[in-house]
Design a protein around this ligand. Structure first.
Ligand code: S6P
Ligand code: ZN
Length: 194
């Protein structure tokens, strides 16, 4: 029949469990980072060697509804960082600038306590506290890394443009200009600049 509109009620393609942020639905990807995947991220090399390489540090669940790199789409994810330290430095993500460096991102805290470490192009670094309900706008041109400063898992959600991409190399080569360490029993930002 000509000009007939397609009418349909379909199953919800994705679901989020608001008690823990878990994402379900078709094509949810689940990359895992173990300590052996995080070479040169932590400062204390001896403490790093003493940890079993297969220990899981963080896990991501993500929905990529369009091809990565395509302009115009959005990606949605959840990251879980397990609690722990390498020496006195808390478990954290690799951290990145976006490949298309002007692309922004939202993060929001779901479970646990942590910090969002942010660094601009001039290597100024600062941290925002993350907790259930915290909301973080990460402007373009800002490197971002998350750190679990608590004793339970840190979970947070994220939404970012499908053409943002990840530039990990800059952080692998030069790191952030500060590290989050436990000093006198509490998290403190310690500068790495001379
Ligand atoms: C993607 C977004 C997050 C991180 C995830 C892991 O732009 O910022 O999904 O990919 O938290 O961190 P990283 O630094 O290993 O990608
Ligand atoms: Zn990002």
């Amino acid at each position: 029949m000509k000009n007939k509109k397609h009418l349909a009620i379909i199953d919800t393609p994705f679901n989020v469990d608001y008690s823990n942020g878990n994402i379900s639905g078709k094509s949810v990807i689940n990359p895992i980072k173990k300590i052996k995947d995080l070479q040169n991220i932590f400062e204390d090399k001896q403490a790093f060697k003493n940890i079993d390489g297969d220990k899981i540090i963080y896990e991501v669940q993500a929905i990529l509804p369009v091809e990565e790199g395509r302009e115009g789409g959005l990606f949605y994810g959840k990251t879980i960082i397990h609690p722990g330290k390498v020496g006195n430095e808390y478990f954290m993500t690799k951290g990145h600038f976006h490949q298309k460096v002007d692309r922004a991102e939202f993060y929001w805290g779901i479970e646990g306590e942590g910090m969002l470490l942010l660094m601009d192009k001039n290597r100024n670094t600062w941290a925002e506290k993350m907790h259930p309900g915290s909301l973080h706008y990460i402007n373009g041109y800002i490197a971002h890394r998350t750190v679990n400063t608590g004793t339970t898992k840190l979970s947070f959600g994220a939404c970012w443009p499908s053409d943002a991409g990840h530039n990990y190399q800059e952080i692998m080569d030069n790191g952030f200009s500060a590290r989050l360490k436990e000093i006198d029993g509490k998290p403190q930002l310690v500068s790495t600049q001379q």
